[in-house]
Write a protein of this length. Structure first.
Length: 77
């Protein structure tokens, strides 16, 4: 089981549009949203990941593609 706790200002709450998924707290972030991993906790077979939306990427920061793990070109929001 994996749980994600995500904080950010640009998310749109989708729960009013998903009556069949009651109890879920799903939000949608813009395609270009960038997140910083603040913590990862593993307890047995449960993983909790805490993320925070980043407004601007500081100079010198290396960002990684979430699919390949390779460094990406820096983008400023």
């Amino acid at each position: 089981m994996a749980y994600f706790q995500i904080t950010g200002a640009s998310a749109v709450d989708l729960s009013p549009y998903q009556e069949q998924l009651r109890g879920e707290k799903e939000v949608l972030f813009p395609r270009n949203a960038v997140f910083e991993v603040q913590a990862i906790a593993i307890t047995g077979q449960t993983v909790k990941v805490i993320l925070h939306q980043v407004v601007a990427i500081p100079d010198g920061t290396v960002t990684l593609d979430p699919y390949s793990g390779l460094p990406t070109r820096q983008t400023y929001l």
